[in-house]
Ligand binder design. Structure first.
Ligand SMILES: NC(=O)c1ccc[n+]([C@@H]2O[C@H](COP(=O)([O-])OP(=O)(O)OC[C@H]3O[C@@H](n4cnc5c(N)ncnc54)[C@H](OP(=O)(O)O)[C@@H]3O)[C@@H](O)[C@H]2O)c1
Length: 350
């Protein structure tokens, strides 16, 4: 007991002698860590995602034509409107002619721009023939494109053993192969264009006009979502591919923007999750970031949600709420599927 009180006294003296010397540096380091890690980066990020003005895109890029895949619906359609608002003519690509014609009509009526339509099923991109077919439809365009948006995509929500083989091919061909082969085609064109400008107009004070590729990945690329293993993996491919393509072409005159949205209400997403925004809100935010950033989540509300997801207890609350809503969605969907099967079986027996 005596030894313990001696030891305790020694400790107290040590703390008294040293504490004034270490308290101040420790407090300063703590403050620096808190500001540098938890306050400043999110504050700067929030400002970038909400207050930064859009670049003059017509001035920055070498032509006034953009190609958008998945242009007939959701995020792709909304991006067509944003680009048209900024003065771009649009080449619309998706599978369904009637849907494309409807979007085309809206764009022409609202912004008085020119359009072209490529009706192509990206599922065909499983072999050389399919890729060449797509490339020849690009070769046949009579316009010069300077912005490409890869938005076409699809999510099947199911554990992997419940994915049909068709579903697997769909997600690999449309989410992965389309982005890969379209980026491949246009990066070659864009590099050529930039080099031609360098050779022809070598004026030191005149900036060369660039091109852009916007690749829509997803926050699912970070993994951990329920029943979206293959979808998340295809989106992880999109994200890594796009970010590394950005490194390769930064100095070759191409702005590559990787987009990792959270929930956006579209045909693909019923909008039941926390922090869901509209496709229009998302598209505006994406085009505002073009030419500034290499990767963006898009809208400031998603940025804020992402930042809050890093801290307890909000991280816990957000993931609990979204997980619960996903479970409710899966339950409801499974019930509907079961009812449908029962109905079909009954009809067969009658
Ligand atoms: N909505 C979200 O919450 C969310 C979140 C993160 C990431 N994303 C990503 O955002 C992108 C757009 O999704 P969205 O929500 O806008 O989906 P959406 O509303 O379902 O639109 C999908 C678009 O892709 C086209 N498309 C689908 N399959 C195609 C095919 N085989 N060939 C050609 N075009 C095809 C569709 O056109 P047709 O049907 O006319 O062919 C449609 O225009 C996707 O890459 C998705 O992964 C969405």
């Amino acid at each position: 007991m005596e030894r313990f009180s001696q030891f305790s006294e020694q400790i107290q003296t040590l703390v008294k002698e040293t504490s004034p010397k270490i308290t101040l540096p420790l407090a300063a380091y703590g403050l620096y860590k808190i500001i540098g890690t938890y306050l400043l980066p999110p504050a700067v990020g929030l400002i970038k995602h909400s207050l930064r003005p859009r670049r003059n895109l017509l001035e920055r890029y070498h032509s006034n034509w953009a190609l958008v895949t998945g242009a007939s619906d959701g995020i792709g359609e909304a991006i067509c409107h944003e680009l048209a608002k900024s003065g771009f003519n649009i080449v619309l690509l998706s599978r369904t002619q009637e849907k494309l014609e409807k979007v085309e009509k809206d764009l022409k009526n609202q912004y008085h721009i020119e359009t072209r339509i490529i009706c192509f099923d990206l599922l065909e991109l499983f072999n050389q023939e399919g890729v060449e077919k797509l490339y020849s439809s690009f070769d046949n365009l009579d316009v010069e494109i300077s912005i490409v948006v890869n938005s076409a995509g699809k999510a099947h929500v199911n554990p992997i053993h419940k994915h049909t083989i068709d579903m697997c091919f769909f997600m690999v061909n449309v989410n992965v192969n389309a982005m890969l082969f379209i980026t491949r085609y246009f990066s070659a064109k864009f590099v050529d264009n930039y080099q031609r400008q360098r050779e022809q107009f070598a004026q030191p004070n005149k900036p060369f006009r660039r091109s852009a590729i916007i690749n829509i990945s997803s926050i699912s690329a970070l993994g951990f979502g329920k029943q979206v293993s293959l979808y998340s993996a295809t989106k992880a491919f999109d994200r890594v591919f796009s970010n590394t393509v950005a490194v390769d072409y930064e100095s070759e005159g191409i702005d590559v923007l990787t987009v990792t949205p959270m929930n956006v209400r579209t045909g693909m997403n019923s909008g039941i999750y926390l922090g869901t925004i509209t496709a229009q809100q998302h598209a505006k935010a994406v085009i505002d970031q073009l030419g500034w950033e290499r990767e963006t989540i898009g809208h400031w509300r998603h940025y804020l949600q992402g930042a809050l997801s890093d801290f307890p207890p909000t991280n816990f609350l957000i993931s609990r709420i979204n997980m619960k809503r996903r479970q409710q969605f899966i339950l409801k969907r499974d019930q509907l599927e079961k009812q449908q099967k029962e109905k079909e079986a009954l009809e067969k027996t009658q």
